[in-house]
Design a protein around this ligand. Sequence first.
Ligand code: TXA
Ligand code: MG
Length: 337
Amino acid sequence: MATMDTTPSDAIAPIDDAVARAQALALWSQGVPVAVPTETVYGLAADATNGLAVARIFDIKQRPAFNPLICHVSSIAMAEAFAEFDPMALALADQFWPGPLTLILPLKKHHSIHPLVTAGLDTVGVRMPDGHVRGLIETFGKPLAAPSANRSGGISPTTARAVVDSLGAAVSLVLDGGACPVGLESTIVKTDGNDAWLLRPGGVPADAIEKLLGRMLRHETAEGAVQAPGQLQSHYAPIARVRLNVAQVLEGEALLAFGPARAAHSDRAVACANLSETGDMQQAAANLYAMLSQLDRWGAATIAVEPVPSQGLGVAINDRLRRAAAPRSAIVENKAQ
Ligand code: TXA
Ligand code: MG
């Protein structure tokens, strides 16, 4: 039976400690990535204008360089220095920032974002995170490029400990802000002045965005004309296989449950975690990654997942579960390193 490792890590320091925050700012100035809590998941953050610093993020995560990073800002003014806001994008930023929404915007002609951040695209992903980290960005005075602080393809971390479990000694400092309240990555929306596309469902439900814009969001086309390059089929994957929408549990499986009613033969499960006993979507989102990791540590070959309704945050939860369940040859090799 696998047990939880509770060894303290030297790399973890509380974000409300002024010394730890000063250390993070010093590391950023030296081009060293630092893991930080956001309301969605922990990010591995570095100076978005420093190519070497950004390269270190890709290296630590073993992330393919075609997959661009999100720039995190502390104000709309900071974003306007490098990105073009159309009226729709501005309305979205006004309403949902700080918060779990990333806007894909055209880069301005003259800007200081390193091309590695955008993987050479002429657009840039921008978001204003909530909480302590926003103050840190303001003090640093420059945008921070930050992907989720996990090995590429793995489960996103929602605690400081999960960052260390995924990245190990490769990360010098993890600022600990406790468990991330949203627990799912930001919603990604691209606007072009006329239309708005949903590139990734996430912490802001699509219907809230559609309500504000007074129109339906368009979805990625089959031809892939508009897409987020990082939306690989297999992603957010535990080591175990993942079986979705189960009506019954098979011998030896671990069970990721949802709501008050259990799948048949749930007594067969070698381990069980419930995303939300009461069927609360926010609670389920906040628990998703930590519970997938927890069940993975039991070492079962398969995690069986009960159905989660595709409403509100359930759309993003099901998106992540589908990717966790997808075939994953290349990703498994990555995780083994
Ligand atoms: O909540 C979040 O968004 C977290 C926290 C740390 O902020 N970050 C996060 O980053 O999820 P990451 O790197 O795991 O996912 C970023 C996604 C990728 O799918 C990437 O392809 C997409 O954003 N993206 C970034 N820039 C883009 C661009 N210019 N055009 C299209 N997609 C872009
Ligand atoms: Mg990620």
